[in-house]
Design a binder for this molecule. Structure first.
Ligand SMILES: Nc1nc2c(ncn2[C@@H]2O[C@H](COP(=O)(O)OP(=O)(O)O)[C@@H](O)[C@H]2O)c(=O)[nH]1
Ligand SMILES: [Mg+2]
Length: 418
């Protein structure tokens, strides 16, 4: 390991010098601003000093070593990011302080001060761009030295909007598990990745048969497909399983919401109760206690209004359901889904139900919600048709949607033949 200091008038310049001498493999250990000479800050000479480390031993052959290295690099790198961020914010502070503490200007001083703050602004933007560059470098240094097959996997996962950290975990697990030639074998790698994704999804426990008064409630934001899904589930229970089914709706908020479910209940000859208060909910549940399954549709309270969720919580508490399915649209991004989960968590959902997979471009975000919630998945819906467009969720099924095995291989194949 060699350690050396590089200086430059900006961080970017110092890092460039470091790169020239040490190459891409070098790691920045520390960055600081140094100021030299000058009295009371007048005539000061300021520069940036970067301390860099470079491992001279060849890193090629052994995968184990590469692995350790890839785990260490980000840690050192993140330090750098930290110190650069600090530096950037100090600049910003200094610039603001400079502007606000300047005395009412004599024109020369005014000119000097504006020149100075221009210089600072320039410097700040250089630091920011160096920061960006280093962040980019760290992003790639997070990626261990991978076989072609694993690189394909990583790219395919990230393209499917799997969070980078999760994609990396999967790829690293594969790297650790597979050895020798199989790490180069796309087929072996795909198989591993496919099951690695599948096992990240918990499957909902199977319901015990022959239990009466089993209560299933659907909650979630407006428009995700709760009412449609309730209709699908109720029809399947009744028509396919031959159960006695009842419906309750607590969605008395939106105009037309009751009509929507009522029309369905009439066609399917399923009794429906509309409840306006938690007490009415208790009464309705009691009324249907001899039915096999009671499905509850709820209003899509805006998840942005916590008091609305609390209000909905009173209805749910009153119903005391066996299953609370949080309904999420496959069109949502990872951050939206995580945000919704956070807001609906107080309703204690014990199932996740994903709608509109027919419309979604990518489903990588399902891995994020699976990881953060640890709640099992119940159903997937893939169209508007009642009752056809629904199926039980399985780890395998979800994995297939996130990692359509071999699809990119077909592309590569096509390119090769072109
Ligand atoms: N493409 C597609 N549309 C769906 C699916 N499920 C529901 N929808 C549609 O989404 C819209 C809102 O559904 P609705 O059940 O009223 O949502 P709610 O507000 O959560 O009750 C309707 O137009 C449904 O037909 C699905 O799986 N795929
Ligand atoms: Mg509805």
């Amino acid at each position: 390991m060699r350690i050396k200091k590089f200086t430059g008038s900006t961080a970017k310049e110092a890092v460039e010098k470091m790169r020239q001498e040490f190459g891409e493999e070098a790691v920045v250990l520390n960055t600081r601003r140094v100021s030299k000479g000058g009295l009371l800050g007048i005539g000061n000479e300021e520069y940036v000093e970067v301390t860099a480390a470079y491992d001279e031993s060849p890193m090629k052959v052994q995968p184990r070593r590469q692995e350790t290295r890839s785990q260490q690099a980000p840690a050192a790198g993140e330090d750098v990011l930290g110190s650069l961020r600090q530096m950037a914010s100090k600049f910003e502070e200094k610039r603001k302080a400079d502007i606000s503490t300047k005395r009412p200007p004599v024109s020369m001083a005014q000119a000097a001060s504006s020149a100075e703050s221009d210089a600072l602004r320039q410097e700040l933007s250089e630091v920011k761009s160096a920061l960006g560059e280093i962040a980019q470098h760290i992003k790639h240094s997070k990626m261990p030295v991978l076989s072609e097959a694993l690189k394909n996997v990583y790219t395919s996962l990230v393209d499917n909007e799997v969070e980078e950290d999760i994609a990396l975990e999967i790829v690293q697990a594969c790297n650790n598990k597979l050895s020798g030639s199989s790490i180069e074998n796309q087929f072996a790698v795909d198989n591993f990745v496919y099951s690695a994704i599948a096992t990240r999804f918990l499957e909902a426990p199977v319901r015990r048969l022959g239990r009466r008064g089993y209560v299933v409630a659907l909650v979630g934001p407006t428009g995700v497909g709760k009412t449609t899904t309730v209709a699908k589930l109720a029809s399947i229970s009744k028509l396919v399983k031959g159960e006695n089914v009842a419906l309750i709706t607590a969605d008395t908020y939106r105009i037309g919401a009751i009509d929507q479910l009522k029309a369905f209940a009439d066609i399917a000859s399923i009794p429906l109760s509309v409840v306006y208060t938690p007490d009415e909910m208790i009464a309705a549940i009691r009324k249907y206690s001899n039915y096999d399954t009671i499905y509850i549709d709820t209003v899509g309270r805006s998840q942005r209004k916590p008091d609305k969720i609390i209000e909905l919580g009173r209805f749910i508490d009153a119903a005391d359901p066996n299953e609370v399915h949080l309904v999420l649209s496959a069109n949502f991004s990872a951050s939206t889904v995580l945000d919704i989960y956070k807001r609906f968590k107080s309703l204690k959902p014990n199932r996740l139900l994903i709608t509109k997979t027919d419309e979604a471009v990518s489903l990588g975000m399902l891995l994020s919600i699976a990881r953060d919630s640890r709640v099992p998945f119940s159903f997937i819906t893939n169209g508007q048709s009642v009752p056809d467009d629904i199926e039980p969720a399985s780890g395998d099924g979800l994995s297939k949607m996130i990692y359509p095995v071999g699809s990119y291989r077909d592309e590569i194949g096509a390119e090769a033949h072109a």
